[in-house]
Design a binder for this molecule. Structure first.
Ligand code: BGC
Length: 542
C-alpha cells in the first residue's frame, strides 16, 4: 500500500502531448503552444473532459528541428514555430488554473550542432567550450576512435576537418553529445532546470537518461553475438552490446545531481526515460533509477511496449515489477509514446481497449500518449512524405516514427480539425470516425471508455494506490488480478483470446465496466463469461 507519497500525490494520470501534432492555433500546419492552451478543457475542467491532470509536453525549445525538437539550440527559449516564452507562461498559468500539472522535456545527453556551446566548441581546440563535448583524436589509420554506433545509423563519431578531431554523437551528427564528466556542463544543465522550475513547471521527463555517463576511456563495445539471428531486418545498432557508450560509472551520481536541484522545489518530480536492455535484469535496471532519489526521481516502465500478446507475459512482467517497488514508490506504466507504433496498430482495436482497461486499473501513475485515448492507428506515410530521421537514415527496417506522430484527430472536418492548413504529416486514414467530436457523443467509443476509466480512477483510492495481486487458476489466455485497499476491492479479468472464456472469480460482485460496447454482464455465482478480447472490472465485497 502506498504511504507518505508526497510529490504529485493527487495526480491521476499523465498525458503526453507531442506539440507538433496536438493542435495548430497559428494556422501553419504545425501544432503549437497556443494550440495546447486552446484545448486544455479537452483534458480537464469541463463536462466531458478526458480527465487527466498532468501533461508532459515533448520539446518546444529553439531548434533546427532535425530530430523534431530533440536537437536543442537554446534550452531556455521557445522555438518560434511553437510560439514564445510568454505563450508558454500563459499555457502554464491556464493549466494550473485547471489544476493540471505541466511537465517539460529535458534533453541532457546532446544539444543541436547549432547550440552556441557547440559552435564555440568546434571553433578551436583551445575554445573554452571545447570540453563541453566529447572530442577524440582519430586512430593512427585515421578511423574513428572506437566502434560505437549512432542510434540512428552508422558510426557515432563525426570527423571535424577544421580541428582535426572526431566528436561523438549517439544520435544524429547534428546532435553532438555533451561531456557530462565536465563539471561546467553539469552546472550549466542544472541552471537549465532552475530556469524552468522558476517559471513554474512541475517536473521533467529526462530524455535518454542512461546515455549521459560513458566509459571514460572510450573503449570499444562488445559484439552482440545474438545479432542477426532472429531477423534479417534487425536494427544494425543492436549489433553491439552497449556496455561502454551508455550506463557509465557515474550515471546515477549525475542523475542525483539533477534530482537534488528538483528537490529544492515543492512538489516537482523527474521521470527518467530508460528502455529495457538485454544485459541488465529488469529488477537491477529499474531499482537503480528509483534509488537515484526516492520520491523525486522515477523511471517510466516500458515493458508493456515490447510484450507479446499473451496473458501470461503481461501478468508476469507486471507482477515482477510490482515486487521490486518499495512502499512509497509509484509505477509509471506506459504502453505508447511518440517513438513507438500505436497500440491499436500493434495489437488490434479490441486488444487496445483491453490494454486501456489494464493500464488504468494498475497501481501508480499511468502515462497516456496523445491519441491513444481515441484508438488512433499508425498512419500510412508515403515515401515522399516521410519526415523522421530515424526512418530516413536506416530505411527499410521500419524505424520511422512518423506513423504514430500524425495530427491528433479532433473532428471529421478537413485535416481532422487539427489545422486550417495542410499539416506537416498527413492525417490518419480513419479520422472521420476516430476523432474527438465523434467519439464524445458515442457511448461505445474509445474516448468514452478512457473517460469512464479515468473518472472512476480519480475518486478511487483502491484503483490508484491499492495492493495489486495476480489471481490464479484461470483458463489459458485470461489474466485476472485483484486490487484491494481498506476502502474496498476489485477484480479485473482480461480475456486475451479470440474465444469466449468462463472465469471463476471466487467472489460475488458487480461488473462496473467492460471494454465491450453496450455490455450486458453475464455474471452469476461468481462465474464470469468473457467475450473474445473482453476485459471487465468487477467490484467485489471482500
Ligand atoms: C526521444 C526520441 C529522440 C531521442 C534523441 C528519445 O528517446 O524520445 O524521440 O529522437 O531521444 O533525443
Amino acid at each position: 500500500m502506498l504511504k507518505n507519497m508526497k510529490r504529485w500525490q493527487n495526480v491521476n494520470a499523465l498525458y503526453q502531448i507531442y506539440p507538433r501534432s496536438f493542435y495548430d492555433a497559428s494556422g501553419d500546419g504545425i501544432g503549437d503552444l497556443n494550440g495546447i492552451t486552446t484545448k486544455l478543457k479537452y483534458l480537464k475542467g469541463a463536462v466531458g473532459s478526458l480527465g487527466v491532470d498532468a501533461i508532459w509536453i515533448s520539446p518546444f525549445y529553439t531548434s533546427p528541428m532535425v530530430d523534431f525538437g530533440y536537437d536543442i539550440a537554446n534550452y531556455c527559449d521557445v522555438d518560434p514555430l511553437f510560439g514564445t516564452l510568454n505563450d508558454f507562461r500563459n499555457l502554464l498559468s491556464q493549466a494550473h488554473h485547471y489544476d493540471i500539472k505541466v511537465m517539460v522535456d529535458f534533453v541532457p545527453n546532446h544539444t543541436s550542432d547549432q547550440h552556441e556551446w557547440f559552435i564555440d566548441s568546434k571553433s578551436s581546440k583551445n575554445s573554452s567550450k571545447r570540453d563541453y563535448y566529447v572530442w577524440q583524436d582519430a586512430k593512427s589509420d585515421g578511423s574513428a576512435p572506437n566502434n560505437w554506433l549512432s542510434t540512428f545509423g552508422g558510426s557515432a563519431w563525426q570527423w571535424h576537418e577544421d580541428t582535426q578531431q572526431y566528436y561523438l554523437h549517439s544520435f544524429l551528427k547534428e546532435q553532438p553529445d555533451l561531456n557530462w564528466d565536465n563539471p561546467d556542463v553539469r552546472a550549466a544543465m542544472a541552471d537549465v532546470l532552475r530556469f524552468w522550475l522558476d517559471i513554474g513547471v512541475d517536473g521533467f521527463r529526462v530524455d535518454v537518461a542512461r546515455y549521459i555517463s560513458k566509459d571514460t576511456q572510450y573503449r570499444d563495445e562488445s559484439i552482440n553475438v545474438t545479432y542477426g539471428k532472429s531477423s534479417a531486418t534487425e536494427d544494425p545498432y543492436q549489433s553491439l552490446v552497449h556496455n561502454r557508450s551508455q550506463y557509465g560509472p557515474r550515471l546515477f551520481d549525475f542523475l542525483n545531481e539533477l534530482t537534488q536541484v528538483v528537490d529544492k522545489y515543492d512538489d516537482r518530480i523527474m521521470i527518467f526515460e530508460d528502455y529495457p536492455v538485454e544485459n541488465l535484469s529488469i529488477a537491477e535496471q529499474y531499482r537503480a533509477f528509483y534509488d537515484v532519489h526516492p520520491g523525486v526521481g522515477m523511471p517510466f516502465n516500458f515493458q508493456g511496449m515490447y510484450c507479446q500478446w499473451d496473458a501470461n507475459a503481461f501478468g508476469s512482467f507486471i507482477d515482477s515489477f510490482q515486487d521490486i517497488l518499495h512502499v512509497d514508490e509509484r509505477p509509471l506504466y506506459c504502453f505508447g509514446n511518440h517513438d513507438q507504433p500505436r497500440i491499436a496498430s500493434r495489437f488490434g482495436s479490441e486488444q487496445a481497449r483491453l490494454l486501456a482497461l489494464l493500464q488504468l486499473t494498475l497501481p501508480g501513475l499511468p502515462v497516456i500518449y496523445n491519441g491513444e485515448e481515441l484508438g488512433m492507428e499508425n498512419a500510412d506515410i508515403a515515401p515522399n512524405e516521410m519526415q523522421d530521421p530515424a526512418g530516413n537514415y536506416t530505411p527499410g527496417i521500419g524505424m520511422g516514427r512518423d506513423p504514430q506522430r500524425t495530427p491528433l484527430q479532433w473532428s471529421a472536418e478537413q485535416y481532422a480539425g487539427f489545422s486550417q492548413a495542410k499539416p506537416w504529416l498527413p492525417v490518419g486514414e480513419h479520422y472521420t470516425t476516430l476523432n474527438v467530436k465523434n467519439e464524445t457523443s458515442d457511448n461505445d467509443s474509445f474516448l468514452t471508455l478512457y473517460r469512464a476509466l479515468l473518472a472512476l480512477r480519480r475518486n478511487d483510492i483502491t484503483l490508484r494506490d491499492g495492493d495489486f495481486q495476480l489471481t490464479s487458476q484461470n483458463p489459458s489466455q485470461v489474466l485476472t488480478y485483484r486490487r484491494q485497499s481498506s476502502e474496498g476491492g476489485y477484480i479485473v479479468a482480461l480475456n486475451f483470446s479470440s474465444e469466449v472464456k468462463k472465469v471463476d472469480i471466487g467472489s460475488p460482485g458487480e461488473v462496473v465496466m467492460s471494454t465491450h460496447p453496450a455490455f450486458t454482464p453475464d455474471f452469476s455465482e461468481a462465474q464470469l463469461v468473457l467475450k473474445p478480447y473482453e476485459g471487465v472490472l468487477v467490484r467485489v465485497n471482500r
